[in-house]
Write a protein that binds this ligand. Structure first.
Ligand SMILES: NC(=O)c1ccc[n+]([C@@H]2O[C@H](COP(=O)([O-])OP(=O)(O)OC[C@H]3O[C@@H](n4cnc5c(N)ncnc54)[C@H](O)[C@@H]3O)[C@@H](O)[C@H]2O)c1
Length: 281
């Protein structure tokens, strides 16, 4: 897809952060938008900013963990806009918890949103993307979809799963010579609300020696890229039909580390985490 003008994009988690920045960037390029989020207030703010750029915008409260709700939203969006060219499966949450003692309900919560939300969005929109003749599925994984990190096992599992799902789907679509393509996105630390909105289990303290609030602040220190730059990088990747998009110098460095030390990186990450903890004390 070389241009977004007169195209229609559906975005989940559009009420904040990367989703909002994608929406505003696309609106500025003449792309109509079907926006969704569980947070109606954030969603309305994003919609207002996009409408101000003169494009058609629809907004729907959708929980991506709810498969029926996503299917209903996809159908309604296609009807309202006449076509759908792009879906950004972006909505996501974070969880800090050690495996030893992690609550199953927290693990299920994050998988329902970060993994199943992406599967529901990809499958629900695929028929409309095909019908458009020029479609693209953009699934947001993470640099934590490339390496494992202590306290992030559930988030890691959800984001590694998004990568596997998206890469397999891309091969299937290529083999079928489909008019639809996919891009898997791996952001490094982006300055958004994700850490503030995260669940942090008390059992983190035994693992990293920090209370939840300290743990969130430690993560936020690693956020170095703006959501606007993230959106620009993602859209450049879509125009190039990239299979994988890394966002930020941190993501590029971590990806390189994983390639050079496919398993050896684990010792480095453990040492780095201990070092950070001792500095934080
Ligand atoms: N910020 C980072 O450092 C970073 C790094 C790597 C990957 N990511 C990924 O980027 C994506 C966007 O996150 P962000 O950083 O912009 O965070 P954010 O918290 O600013 O935005 C996430 C949005 O998703 C929405 N959301 C949460 N649960 C939902 C649900 N069940 N259904 C629908 N919407 C829901 C929230 O209301 C929010 O508006 C996520 O998938 C996240 O995992 C972020």
């Amino acid at each position: 897809m070389k241009s977004f003008q007169n195209k229609v994009a559906a975005i989940t988690g559009a009420g904040s952060g990367i989703g909002r920045a994608l929406a505003i960037n696309l609106a500025g390029q003449g792309c109509a938008l079907a926006l969704s989020d569980v947070n109606s207030a954030g969603l309305a703010e994003t919609a207002k900013a996009c409408e101000a750029k003169g494009v058609k915008v629809t907004q729907t409260k959708v929980d991506v963990a709810n498969r029926d709700a996503i299917y209903a939203w996809a159908e309604a969006s296609a009807k309202a806009h006449g076509q759908i060219n792009l879906v950004f499966n972006n909505a996501g949450v974070a969880l800090g918890a050690a495996v030893d003692g992690m609550k199953f309900e927290d693990f299920r919560w994050i998988m329902d949103i970060n993994f199943w939300g992406v599967v529901h969005g990809s499958q629900a929109f695929l028929p409309y993307l095909k019908a458009s003749g020029d479609g693209h599925i953009i699934n947001i994984s993470s640099i934590f979809g490339i390496i494992g990190v202590p306290s992030q096992s559930a988030y890691n599992a959800s984001k590694f799963a998004v990568r596997g799902f998206t890469e397999a789907l891309r091969i299937e679509l290529d083999m079928a010579k489909s008019p639809v393509s996919t891009t898997c996105v791996h952001p490094g630390g982006i300055k958004t609300n994700i850490a503030r909105a995260a669940r942090f289990d008390d059992n983190m303290k035994a693992l990293i020696g920090q209370e939840a609030e300290q743990g969130k602040a430690r993560f936020e220190k690693m956020f170095i890229t703006t959501p606007e730059t993230a959106a620009e990088t993602i859209l450049k990747g879509v125009r190039r039909n990239s299979r994988r998009v890394l966002i930020g110098p941190d993501a590029v460095a971590v990806d390189l580390m994983q390639r050079l030390l496919p398993t050896g990186y684990q010792k480095l990450v453990g040492l780095g985490t201990k070092l950070q903890m001792s500095k934080g004390k």
